[in-house]
Structure formats: C-alpha cells, structure tokens
Design a protein around this ligand. Structure first.
Ligand code: NIG
Ligand code: FE
Length: 391
C-alpha cells in the first residue's frame, strides 16, 4: 500500500466540490487539511478531524487550490515572433498570416530542439501551478511535420490535439480545397494515432464553416473528438458548428451573437476564453459575464503560442478575466481549474475531492482571491502532481 501524507495548516482549501465546506461551487474549507495517498486525494476536511497518516506537511497558513488545467496551448514550435509583437504594439493589427513565420521556423528545427522547447515551457507553466495541459500541432502543416509534432507532444501529455487545419499550408495557398483533402486524408491517417482531439482555426484567413465541418467530421470518423478555434477575430459560424458537432470546447468566443450565446448555454460545449490573446493582440475582451449569466460553462486557458499569446501563466489569465471580462475571482478560479477539466471532458482533475488526482498548488496567500488581487506576483510556492511534490 502506498504511503499517505496529510497537508495541514491550510487557511483556505479550494476543492471545487460543492458538497463540502461552504457549499459554494468552489467548496471552500477554512482551516483545512487534505490527505494524499499514492497519486490520489483520499480525504479533505477541517484540520482537527484529519485521519492519521504516515507523513505530514505544514502549509503554514497558505491556500491550496486544484492545479490549473490549461486546456488550450500551442507548444510544439520553434523561434519566436518578437518583431511581430513589437510592430503590433506600434499599431499593426493581428492576422492569421503570422502563423507562417512559426511554421517556417518549426519545420527547420530538429526533433530535439522542438522537444526541449516544449519541456522548457511546461516547466515554466508547472512553476505557475499548471498540472494538466492540452497542446496542439499546427506549425508543421505537412504530413510528416504534423505527425512529428504530435509524437513529441504525446510524450508529455495525454491531451494532444491535431491542428493540421491551423492555416492553409503555404504550398497550397492557391488550392485550399486540395489542402483540406490532404488534412482529411493522408495527414489525418498519419496523425490520428497520436492525438485525442481534432481542432480547426475557423476564421477569416484560415478555414470557413464548410471546411471546418468537413475536417472535424473526418476527424470524428477516425476517433478524434472535436474542439474548435471560433469567433476570435470576428463573427462567424464556428461556435454554432461546435455546438452542432457537440465539440468539447469552442475556444476564443470573443465575437458572439445572441444566438451563439444561446447555443453555448443550451449545449455541452464549453466556452474557453483566452484573455492572453486579447491582451497580446490589443483586441476587444470576450464577455465572460454575458456567457455566465446565460448559463454557459466557461473555461479559462492561456492559448500559449509565440504569435498571439506568449504567456504560460494561468494566474495572469485569471487576473485579466477578473479585471476586464466581468468574472468574479471565484468564477475565474473555477474556470481555470474545473472549467478547463470540463473543456477536456475530464472529471479526475480540476478538483480536490476523494478519488481525484492529487494535483494541487500552494499559494503564498490567505485566500485564492489574491490571484486577481495581486496580479503579476508569483504566489505559487508549491506544486504537487499525481501526489508528488514537484515545485
Ligand atoms: O489561438 N488562432 C489561431 N491560433 C493561435 C495563434 C497562433 C499564432 O498566431 O501563431 C491562437 O491565437
Ligand atoms: Fe489557439
């Protein structure tokens, strides 16, 4: 039997289990303890009632939250786009076209360089409390380059997404229909064994609604589950398509009609908001309040990528969502943990209840509200993943 550890001295424990503590969606327990056995949580409750264990860790009056679930990132890439960011901050606007720069750098990089880059970004995210992450291909855009991106990603996460339909590959610029045939044919054949999800950038300058439907449907026939980049740069068919196909998530959701909001509120598709992208492209913020008031499930993620959102920090995204998107600190934390889990259709992460994975972050703060109240301050001082302390 594996040894058990109690973490005690927790001022505020966020469980995301509404059946305990204050019975709110965050399931807050004050003056709490949590018991880990192996890679699982086996007990949460008030410190005075904790069962006997083999080991004891004193949280020293800090806050414990579920590890962040970053359900949207693009981390298999080489190079960066500093120049493009600089130009944007001087007034140029963001377009999908910049993706080509990263495609060229990624194709030119060796496997070891791509993997080292991925590992470096994952370590950076872990230090900021991220214990589960999804990541995508999409900077290769050839059969071989997409398949190798997914093979590399799959060594580090189960949440791997095939995004051959990020933009039309430069070689097919004059014949987008042929590129869609490639993505739904030989590229899908090579990529499906390495991925769980299929994604499309459904946007002006990338793929239209009919192309997106064809790609997601082909992926689904090969056992991949759909998710979609939708309504980032303008209104479009992406969100409605996501709900129609029961996609796990519609990501960005910046430009929504009332019908889009109603569709998200009535279906199972999670609205994943990516405030790092609006920050880094100086774009209009998504309206989280409108989605929440309508009853939609909202997730928050980084969208970490070298073009539109080069941050791996979930606390930064929480602070932006609270400041600029109408979320309360409680809602933002829920969306960055349980919301991300919902966007990945997972119930084993994003919460700290008996049976859940022991993935948690220790905050040097008396409550989780400090994540938004103290923006930019490195509050994460400990991280456990699968029951093992890694930070
Ligand atoms: O989610 N929108 C499409 N893909 C990324 C941007 C990729 C890039 O600019 O390199 C995004 O924002
Ligand atoms: Fe993205």
């Amino acid at each position: 039997m594996s040894s058990s550890t109690v973490i005690t001295g927790i001022t505020t424990l966020v469980t995301n289990d509404p059946s305990v503590g204050d019975r709110s969606p965050l399931g807050l327990i004050r003056d709490a303890a949590l018991v880990i056995e192996g890679d699982r949580v086996v007990w949460t409750g008030e410190a005075g009632t904790a069962p006997a264990t083999d080991n004891r860790v004193d949280a020293g009056g800090r806050t414990v939250i579920p590890g962040f679930v970053d359900s949207h990132s693009h981390l298999v890439f080489a190079g960066d786009r500093t120049e493009e960011f600089n130009a944007r901050m001087s007034g140029r606007s963001y377009t999908a076209g910049g993706i080509r720069t990263t495609v060229a750098a990624t194709r030119a990089a060796g496997d070891a360089e791509l993997e080292a880059n991925l590992v470096r970004h994952l370590a950076e995210a872990l230090r900021q409390g991220t214990t589960t992450f999804e990541t995508k291909s999409g900077y290769g855009l050839t059969v071989e380059d997409e398949a190798r991106a997914l093979r590399i990603a799959a060594r580090h996460t189960d949440e791997v997404t095939f995004l051959g339909a990020h933009i039309v590959s430069p070689e097919y610029a004059d014949d987008p229909a042929a590129y869609v045939d490639l993505v739904t044919g030989p590229m899908l054949d090579a990529c499906a064994p390495h991925a769980r999800w299929i994604d499309v950038f459904c946007e002006k300058g990338a793929f239209d609604g009919d192309q997106a439907r064809a790609i997601l449907t082909a992926g689904r026939a090969r056992g991949l589950h759909p998710r979609i980049h939708a309504n980032q740069l303008g209104h479009g068919p992406g969100v409605q398509l996501a709900v129609e196909l029961d996609a796990a998530s519609a990501d960005h959701c910046t430009h929504l009609t009332d019908a889009d909001v109603d569709a998200l509120a009535s279906g199972r598709t999670v609205a994943t908001l990516l405030p790092g992208a609006e920050f880094s492209t100086r774009a209009e913020w998504p309206d989280a309040r409108r989605l929440l008031d309508a009853g939609a499930t909202v997730a928050l993620s980084t969208d970490c990528n070298p073009g539109s959102s080069y941050t791996s920090s979930m606390p930064f995204c929480i602070a932006l969502a609270v400041r600029d998107m109408g979320m309360t600190p409680d809602e933002a934390l829920w969306s960055a943990t349980a919301g991300g889990a919902a966007a990945l259709r997972r119930t084993d992460v994003g919460r700290l209840a008996p049976g859940a994975r022991a993935d948690l972050a220790l905050l040097d703060a008396p409550s989780h509200v400090h994540l938004a109240y103290r923006p930019g301050v490195p509050l994460v001082t400990g991280v456990w993943r699968r029951g093992t302390r890694e930070v």
